[in-house]
Design a binder for this molecule. Structure first.
Ligand SMILES: [Ca+2]
Length: 294
């Protein structure tokens, strides 16, 4: 009887595992704010130098966290290649989500050139960017966009059917590969990554600039009022995240006129503690911290 129950439990588990536990959504962003959780980004385990979150020095400067990926260049040991992959929130049906491009901020933090590409795996098929973006050492944070299309990607393994692979992506990766390929080069290097965003061509990568947002009161008791001034009509999105980077609530998602704008948030149902807000207005982004008290 126990064997039967175990068997059915395993069957249920197998069914659950056959579909992604996470589904990619249009507009999702890994900004690494608010914690040292690398958000599922990893290297082949066990790596002696897995990717890690650096709390300051991202494209927004102080307080802008980012993911750093170091590679040793030693071929014979894990961690030798410059590559990070994600088997969590970047999985699922890219076609249904309308995701045809991934943009990100990338910095070359090492002393050798980076040849940045993305890769997607669906089923047994693997594809990587046909053309790399070359980043020289010390060139600062750069906004990169990688189209996900037959024109922009090359089959690296399995069936040459990108459209089919995109129906159920099982791994998404970023690597440095000078001559193309899935695995990433064996090279001593260091890459900073931030604001990895699922979008569509020709969505530009968000430019990070100062953008003043007033939050009152903060700490928040019953209600917070966000005030901000727009130089021109813009598509505005205001979201609140917890310290693990999980979306708590989308407060505002609409087109707003030039001039002074405001939006309020009632944190009812949320536990007391630290939260982060992110306001996007066109290509402008502003982030800040909220404290919710009982
Ligand atoms: Ca960040």
């Amino acid at each position: 009887m126990i064997v039967v129950r175990l068997a059915s439990l395993l069957a249920v588990t197998a069914v659950l595992c056959s579909s992604p536990a996470f589904a990619i959504t249009f507009g999702q962003t890994d900004d690494f704010q608010g914690s040292t959780d690398p958000l599922g980004w990893a290297e082949g385990a066990p790596s002696p130098n897995p990717p890690f979150v650096v709390l300051d020095g991202g494209p927004g400067g102080t307080g802008d966290s980012f993911l750093q990926a170091n590679s040793s260049g030693f071929a014979a040991v894990p961690g030798g290649r410059q590559v990070v992959f994600n088997r969590a929130q970047w999985l699922g049906d890219y076609v249904a989500a309308g995701v045809t491009q991934v943009s990100m901020m990338v910095a070359n933090l090492g002393s050798t050139d980076l040849y940045v590409r993305i890769g997607v795996q669906g089923g047994s098929s693997r594809f990587a960017s046909t053309n790399a973006v070359v980043l020289t050492p010390g060139s600062g944070w750069q906004a990169l966009s990688f189209p996900i299309s037959d024109a922009a990607m090359t089959r690296e393994f399995g069936a040459d059917d990108l459209a089919d692979a995109l129906l159920n992506v099982t791994e998404f990766r970023v690597n440095s590969s000078q001559f193309g390929g899935w695995r990433g080069d064996v090279v001593a290097s260091s890459m900073g990554i931030d604001d990895i965003t699922a979008g569509s061509d020709p969505t530009p990568a968000p430019a990070i600039v100062d953008f003043a947002v007033d939050v009152s009161p903060n700490p928040v008791v019953n209600q917070a009022l966000f005030s901000f001034r727009l130089p021109a009509t813009a598509d505005v999105e205001l979201r609140v995240f917890d310290t693990r980077g999980r979306l708590v609530e989308t407060i505002l998602q609409s087109t707003r006129p030039a001039g002074l704008n405001s939006a309020s948030w009632n944190p009812r149902g949320q536990s007391a503690g630290t939260y982060f807000y992110q306001l996007r207005a066109g290509t402008r982004v502003s982030r800040g911290k909220l404290i919710v008290v009982d």
